[in-house]
Ligand binder design. Structure first.
Ligand SMILES: Cc1cc2nc3c(=O)[nH]c(=O)nc-3n(C[C@H](O)[C@H](O)[C@H](O)COP(=O)(O)OP(=O)(O)OC[C@H]3O[C@@H](n4cnc5c(N)ncnc54)[C@H](O)[C@@H]3O)c2cc1C
Length: 471
């Protein structure tokens, strides 16, 4: 387990505090413990790190001045959006300044002709989605946290979500951004142009850079027409294997679900209980939530019928269709509620693994085998079409002094995903929690390139230090 207090926590002198106040204003610089508490944590269980100060920047110019000042004084700066990160990414483990983008929360433009939204980094993802949907447009990346995460955070983590199955992750939707580098330089990497290959792909580099290379202040996002029809079903399966086989079969038969989610029995039980609804087919070991969307009802109905047939062929106990919007919403509420419900079960570590789709069953079985051998409770759910599973390992026993054994089990699970041709994080980012497993996945030469990029763009290492790479 990473010790978040490993770094020398940077404090601020009175004169540094005065300079920061001159940049963001007294009302937007917090120093008191009660004001800093929420900014010392993100969505990651069991990790925290106190900033010396919280700065709420109100403009790109303020972000630029603040970074230039902190760079000169070697003060760590941790960018923060909605603080929903599940990899410890937004935790100011080295102290210094927590730089919140929450005041940069304006949707600047929805350009219907070009199909582009221009937004500030602190806009809440769901707020943008609702605004564009009111105009018949669609911004698909939909992390389970979309009601509280921000576009800046989504860009920094290259976030995904259930509808990545058809629409891909955030990087597919970012045409350009305004970003501030460590020395305070402001760079615009693209704009409303759909195709632009002038120079190295800086947009691509900064998407997923986890606040370690630059602070995103604005983004140009691609929009598409909002689907007019949805068809949604749930298929319970007697075994994990049968569910995993249906995932592969659905895609092998050239169906393109908008979402294809995997939910194991414990995940279904806790989320349904939290929502106060029963669990139909309680004997099912796993279930798939499958959704199609499109421009016409006939096409969507045809695909739903085909997927239901495949599920039954693969051994599903039944296929339950969401026959109206209220039922569809309920299914999604139970699915989206899993993350919070699982966290209510007690302290756990969440791994964000991905393997080729064909290895899904092997991954679930491997994870359970390793977890059960260590007498751990295991919960698995996730975005099956992307081969992306969120694995919770509960460490009730850690207090009894077997922390090392627990860590070894976590390491074995990561190793299993890599052995199956997978990765240590599919969408939550490396942050703190997967940092020590990155060298297991990537070669020394790969890591050298990462270090070279980091030191070229942030030579003093002030941006989100301690994340992604060990200092
Ligand atoms: C219940 C729940 C469900 C979730 N479901 C999903 C899911 O389905 N898919 C998924 O991908 N993730 C999911 N997440 C994880 C998390 O919501 C995403 O990683 C999200 O993108 C984080 O956005 P944020 O605004 O909260 O960023 P934060 O948590 O504040 O920050 C995340 C990282 O981005 C950096 N950062 C934030 N803003 C900026 C900026 N403007 N410029 C530069 N760096 C910045 C931070 O330094 C940090 O490294 C879930 C989290 C929760 C709690």
């Amino acid at each position: 387990m990473i010790d978040p207090q490993e770094g020398n926590r940077r404090h601020l002198t009175g004169d540094e505090i005065a300079s920061l106040i001159a940049i963001v204003g007294e009302r937007n610089l917090a120093l008191e413990r009660e004001d800093l508490e929420a900014y010392s944590r993100d969505g990651t269980q069991g990790l925290s790190g106190w900033p010396a100060a919280l700065a709420r920047a109100g403009s790109t110019a303020e972000v630029a001045s603040l970074l230039a000042f902190c760079n000169g004084r070697r003060i760590p700066v941790t960018p923060q959006g909605g603080r929903t990160s599940l990899s410890g990414g937004a935790i100011p483990v080295m102290g210094g300044v927590a730089l919140s983008l929450e005041r940069l929360n304006r949707i600047l433009e929805i350009d219907e002709e070009n199909g582009v939204a221009v937004v500030e980094a602190g806009v809440i993802t769901q707020t943008l989605q609702e605004a564009v949907e009111a105009r018949g447009l669609y911004y698909p990346p939909d992390p389970g946290s979309r009601g509280s995460c921000t576009i800046g955070g989504n860009v920094a983590e290259n976030a995904g979500g259930p509808h990545s199955a058809k629409y891909g992750v955030t990087s597919h939707w970012v045409l350009g951004m305004e970003a501030v580098f460590a020395g305070g330089d402001v760079v615009v990497t693209g704009g409303k142009t759909r195709k632009d290959v002038a120079g190295y792909d800086l947009t691509g580099l900064l998407v997923g850079s986890e606040g370690t290379l630059a602070v995103v202040t604005k983004a140009w996002l691609r929009l598409v027409p909002k689907p007019v029809s949805y068809g949604t079903l749930v298929a319970p399966f007697p075994t994990l294997h049968a569910a995993a086989r249906a995932v592969v079969e659905i895609t092998r038969r050239r169906l393109v679900p908008a979402a294809l989610e995997f939910i194991d029995r414990p995940a279904m039980e806790v989320s349904s209980a939290r929502k106060g609804v029963g669990v139909p087919f309680p004997e099912a070991e796993a279930r798939l939530l499958v959704e199609f969307d499109g421009g016409g009802e006939a096409e969507v109905e045809r695909d739903v019928e085909a997927a239901g047939g495949i599920a039954l062929d693969c051994g599903a106990i039944d296929v339950v269709l969401a026959t109206d919007e209220a039922k569809r919403r309920l299914l999604w509420e139970v699915r989206r509620g899993i993350g919070d419900a699982v966290r209510d079960l007690g302290p756990s570590v969440e791994l964000d693994l991905a393997v080729p789709r064909t290895e899904l069953a092997a991954l679930v079985e491997g994870v359970r085998r390793i977890g059960y051998a260590a007498e751990l409770r295991v919960v698995v759910f996730g975005h099956a079409a992307d081969g992306n599973l969120h694995v919770h390992l509960f460490h009730e026993r850690e207090s009894k002094g077997d922390r090392a054994r627990f860590q070894a089990t976590v390491g074995a699970v990561y190793a299993e995903a890599i052995r199956l041709g997978g990765t240590v994080t599919a969408e939550h980012g490396v942050g703190l929690t997967s940092r020590d497993y990155l060298p297991v996945l990537r070669s020394p030469a790969y890591l050298e390139v990462l270090r070279a990029i980091k030191s070229a763009l942030d030579p003093n290492g002030i941006l989100n230090p301690g994340k992604l790479l060990r200092p």
